[in-house]
Structure formats: structure tokens, C-alpha cells
Design a protein around this ligand. Structure first.
Ligand SMILES: Cc1cc2nc3c(=O)[nH]c(=O)nc-3n(C[C@H](O)[C@H](O)[C@H](O)COP(=O)(O)OP(=O)(O)OC[C@H]3O[C@@H](n4cnc5c(N)ncnc54)[C@H](O)[C@@H]3O)c2cc1C
Ligand code: SF4
Length: 512
């Protein structure tokens, strides 16, 4: 009697733990495109296309390796559209010793998996997801007894554990973190290599038609789909980054330019998160580039910190804090998400650019998500549930384990300071420094209040003032409160008036 091995849509790695010791003669691998997963939020069309196409390609590779596969396509007439019922169909046809599955990435799916053994009266072997570099247990051990769970200390430990960019016990170059060297704005004549672009093959074409037929009312464009859908293609994306972009990654990590959605970023989160790339191979490729003089230390360290540090840390926080983490709302924010997050129809050029690029590409780079889309949601006091849902819908790399701590923790400070030591709130000055968005904006970046002033400028002070009772004990913000308190009364009143009128315009659905 063999095992029933269930492979989920983000477990598309040939070395995934559920395949350890798999028997090609007796085990059956089940993969299914189910409605419950494709629609639990209305994912961007390109995300559904990416996952379905990558799943179909992966299944084909498993068949080439000799495995027996049961693959349920989304539009198959007998598709029951839930994991539970798809498993049930297999168990009705054949007896299995047990069900084997790798630990899912999301809490919601884990609850589903936990129900299988009771439901089917069969042993369910939930195996650790060894594709992450820090196990949930190791993260919990690291977190145990610490007053603050700062990423920086976790990251240093991970560098040490994996011996990455180390010189014995010390960091290469003498510093752990080169972030301060990574804040250069780009200019419109900067050379930016074109991103990797794969042409859809027959499998992807079929999936694109399916998505346009069944998910027409989901957010986003489909005709700009150029994602990699196989491991071989994902490796080309990684290689393309290491050869052409890594060199500039550090310097321009925070830079934004109108019409340049991809900048010098790696564009690998989609593939890391669904299993086509492995984090350690990305880290080692960057370290090798440093060792052979292809890229400077600030770029390589910055890139490695994102994967070995931030990505692992974020995943650790998610599993440490769920399920309560999804309910956090430190500032009791309750404003509805403005409609322009879906349409891009706003006079604020930075937000317009970021939303339109998100529609087109199912991608925005980190600083767009953090300092533009996220910062606005924080300053305007948008309900965390709605912000989380938006971020989960619109990006092709979005899975709750990584989206939720970034939104609730990093951008909204809704967890009260688990992830960040202070809110990432900022006026328009940083956007102006790091981008050329303000040049083409209806609003005036140098004005602090009034009808045509940049809304980020007055919303920033209004946010601090509104949430003073929650933040006034935070030593990292004390300076800002001192600055505010020194402002003349009429300036404070003008800021409050501008913010109040702008926020009520949002609530009334006016053009802003
Ligand atoms: C509000 C918000 C929401 C986000 N939602 C997601 C999400 O749903 N899925 C997702 O993968 N990333 C998310 N991120 C993190 C980050 O923005 C993306 O990983 C990154 O933009 C992906 O593009 P890239 O591959 O070009 O990344 P690069 O900038 O080239 O970085 C390399 C890799 O580092 C990792 N990384 C970098 N920053 C983070 C981070 N903060 N958390 C976790 N991993 C990180 C990613 O795997 C990324 O591919 C979010 C960030 C913010 C501020
Ligand atoms: S002026 Fe303000 S709203 Fe306009 S692009 Fe600049 S930061 Fe954005």
C-alpha cells in the first residue's frame, strides 16, 4: 500500500519534504487547482495564472521523473473544488497507508490539513518545510525570553549559523549592515536593465485563457503576463539579476522612477514563494558574485539581508504570533480603503503610479509598497483588515505568511511594535528624495498645508497627533513630538484643518 502525497500550489520544489522517500511505484501524488484556494481572496489574475501554470509544468516534470500523478485542472468537470473533497475522491478509489504533506505556508491551510485525519480516519504525516532556513522551532527558541524581536539580531545570528559573508566570527568588511549606503536616488538617464520576460508556451496559453474566462472580475491585467513558470526559467531570472542588477541593488534599493516598475530589484519573490527557487541558492549566488568581484559588499549584503534576514524573520513572526496576529489593530484604525487603491484614480502621482504598475505587473518593489502605498494607509488610518486584504490580492508573490507581518507589523504598526520599533510614517519629503513622482503631481511637495499641499505632509503630523496617546512613550518618536509642540498654534491649526478636510473627502469618495 502506498502513500497519498499532497503537493500544494506553493510547494513546487523537487526537494520538497513530502517527496522524501517517495515510492514511484506505489505512491500517488495529488495536485489540484481548487476554487476554495483560487478565490479565498480575489487574487490578481496574474497570480492565479502563475500558480496554475507553474503547477502544471511541475506536474509534468514529476511525471518525467516516473511519479504517478492525479492532477485536477480547474475546469475539469469532476473537480470538487476543495482539498477535502479531492482527497476524498482518491481515498474512495484506493487504500493508502497515510497522507503525506509538507507543512503549509499559511495558518488557514494548516487548519484544513489538521481536519483530514479525523475526517478520513487516516494518519496524516505533516512534514517540516525544510525550504526555509530557520525552522519554526528555532525561531521560537530565538524569540524565547527576548523583550524585543528585532530583525537585525536575528539576521546576525542567521549569518553566523549559515556562515554567509563571515570572516571567522566577524562580518565581512567589519559591518553587519550597509543599509545607510543604500539610499541613492536614481535619475531618468540611469541605465536600468530590462526585466526577464518569458514568452507563454502552450501550457501557459491554456491557463491564461482559463483565467480570463473564470476570473474576469478579479483585479489586474493579464495580457502583460511574462512570469517564469518553471524552475529552469526561474533560475534564468536569478542569473539575470546576479549578472545585470545586483551590482546596483544596494545603491538604488530605495529608488523609484516613474515608468520603471522593476528598477534594480531581483524579481524573485514569486518564485521563492511558490518553490521554484530555493532561498539558499539565491544567497549563495550573491555571495559568489561578491567573492569573484562582480558586485560590491553593500549590494550583496543588502540583498542577502532581505532573504536570510527579512524573509525568514517575517515567516518566524507569522507562525509565532498566529492566529491573534491577524486581528491586531493598535491604532483602532477604521477608515475604509479608498477606491483609488483599485483604480489608480487619484491626483497623488506617487500613488497613481504605484497602483497602475501593480495592476499591470502584479508587482511593486519594496519601497513602493512601504513608503507610498503602505505609508499612505498608515497616515490615513485605514482599517488593517482592508489593507491586508488589498496587499494579499494584488501581488503575485502574496501569501498570508509574508504579506500579513509586512502589512500589520511593518507598514501599519498595528501589532504595536513587534516587527518595527516605531511606525514607518513619513511625510512627502522621502518620496520626493527617492523618486521623480513629485515633479508630475498636482500637489505641491514643498507646501505643508492648504488645498494644493502634498497630503503626505500634513497627514504625517495629523497621524502623530491623532495617535499621541499610543505613541508618546516611544523614545524613537519623542523628537518629532518636540518638533510638533514647537510649531506655532496657527500652523498646527492649518495642518489639522487640511488633514480633516482631506480625510473627509476620502470618506465622501471625492476626487483626491
Ligand atoms: C506592505 C508590504 C507588503 C509585502 N508583501 C509581500 C508579499 O506578499 N510577498 C512577498 O514575498 N513579499 C512581500 N513584501 C516584501 C517585499 O516588498 C517583496 O518581497 C519584494 O518587493 C519582492 O520583490 P523582489 O523579488 O524584486 O525583491 P528584492 O527587493 O529584490 O529582494 C529580494 C528578496 O528578499 C525578500 N524580501 C525582501 N524584503 C522582504 C520582506 N520585507 N519580507 C519578506 N521577504 C522580503 C523577498 O523574497 C525578495 O524576493 C511586502 C513588503 C511590504 C512593505
Ligand atoms: S507631491 Fe506628495 S502626493 Fe504628490 S507625488 Fe509627491 S509625495 Fe506623492
Amino acid at each position: 500500500m502506498g502513500n497519498l502525497i499532497v503537493i500544494l500550489g506553493d510547494q513546487l520544489s523537487h526537494d520538497v519534504s513530502s517527496l522524501d522517500g517517495a515510492d514511484v511505484n506505489h505512491d500517488l501524488i495529488l495536485m489540484c487547482e481548487v476554487h476554495e484556494e483560487a478565490t479565498y481572496v480575489k487574487h490578481h489574475k496574474q497570480k492565479i495564472a502563475l500558480i496554475f501554470s507553474a503547477m502544471r509544468h511541475f506536474a509534468r516534470e514529476l511525471v518525467d521523473r516516473g511519479f504517478i500523478i492525479q492532477y485536477t485542472k480547474f475546469d475539469a468537470s469532476d473537480n470538487t473544488h476543495s482539498f477535502l473533497n479531492e482527497i476524498s475522491r482518491q481515498l474512495e478509489q484506493k487504500s493508502f497507508e497515510k497522507i503525506v504533506v509538507t507543512h503549509p505556508s499559511e495558518y488557514r491551510v494548516l487548519q484544513n490539513i489538521y481536519s483530514w485525519s479525523t475526517h478520513f480516519q487516516i494518519h496524516v504525516d505533516v512534514r517540516e518545510d525544510t525550504r526555509f532556513l530557520c525552522s519554526m522551532k528555532s525561531f521560537a527558541d530565538w524569540a524565547q525570553g527576548r523583550k524585543q524581536l528585532r530583525m537585525e539580531y536575528f539576521y546576525r545570528q542567521m549569518r553566523y549559523n549559515y556562515n554567509i559573508l563571515m570572516d571567522g566570527p566577524s562580518p565581512q568588511g567589519g559591518k553587519w549592515n550597509y543599509d545607510l549606503a543604500n539610499r541613492r536616488p536614481a535619475s531618468t538617464d540611469s541605465y536600468i536593465p530590462a526585466p526577464y520576460c518569458s514568452e507563454p508556451d502552450a501550457i501557459t496559453q491554456e491557463v491564461l485563457s482559463l483565467v480570463s474566462e473564470h476570473f474576469a472580475d478579479h483585479f489586474g491585467d493579464l495580457d502583460t503576463f511574462h512570469f517564469a513558470v518553471t524552475r529552469a526559467q526561474a533560475l534564468q531570472v536569478l542569473n539575470h539579476f546576479i549578472e545585470k542588477r545586483l551590482l546596483y541593488f544596494g545603491d538604488f534599493q530605495d529608488a523609484m522612477l516613474e515608468g520603471e516598475p522593476w528598477m534594480y530589484h531581483a524579481h524573485i519573490s514569486f518564485y521563492l514563494n511558490c518553490g521554484l527557487l530555493n532561498p539558499l541558492e539565491c544567497i549563495q549566488a550573491a555571495e559568489d558574485a561578491y567573492k569573484c568581484g562582480k558586485a560590491p559588499l553593500n549590494a550583496v549584503e543588502g540583498f542577502i539581508r532581505q532573504i536570510l534576514g527579512w524573509r525568514e524573520y517575517i515567516r518566524g513572526i507569522y507562525w509565532l504570533k498566529m492566529p491573534d496576529y491577524a486581528e491586531q489593530n493598535f491604532f483602532s484604525a477604521k477608515r475604509n480603503l479608498p477606491e483609488f487603491y483599485w483604480t489608480g484614480n487619484t491626483k497623488m502621482n506617487c500613488l497613481r503610479q504605484c497602483v497602475h504598475e501593480t495592476q499591470q505587473n502584479a508587482y511593486a518593489h519594496h519601497i513602493q509598497r512601504l513608503m507610498v502605498l503602505g505609508n499612505f494607509a498608515l497616515l490615513a488610518g485605514i482599517d488593517p483588515k482592508q489593507v491586508n486584504e488589498w496587499f494579499l490580492i494584488v501581488y503575485a508573490d502574496a501569501y498570508e505568511w509574508v504579506e500579513l507581518p509586512n502589512v500589520t507589523g511593518m507598514i501599519l504598526f498595528a501589532d504595536g511594535g513587534v516587527v518595527a520599533s516605531k511606525p514607518y510614517a513619513s511625510g512627502g519629503a522621502y518620496i520626493n528624495k527617492m523618486s521623480n513622482y513629485c515633479k508630475n503631481c498636482t500637489y505641491n511637495i514643498s507646501k505643508k498645508y492648504g488645498k494644493d499641499a502634498c497630503p503626505f505632509n500634513y497627514l504625517y503630523w495629523d497621524f502623530l497627533q491623532r495617535n499621541r496617546h499610543q505613541l508618546n512613550k516611544n523614545p524613537r518618536i519623542a523628537m518629532m513630538y518636540k518638533t510638533y509642540d514647537r510649531m506655532p498654534q496657527d500652523k498646527k491649526a492649518a495642518i489639522a484643518e487640511s488633514a480633516s478636510s482631506f480625510l473627509s473627502n476620502i470618506d465622501l469618495g471625492e476626487d483626491i
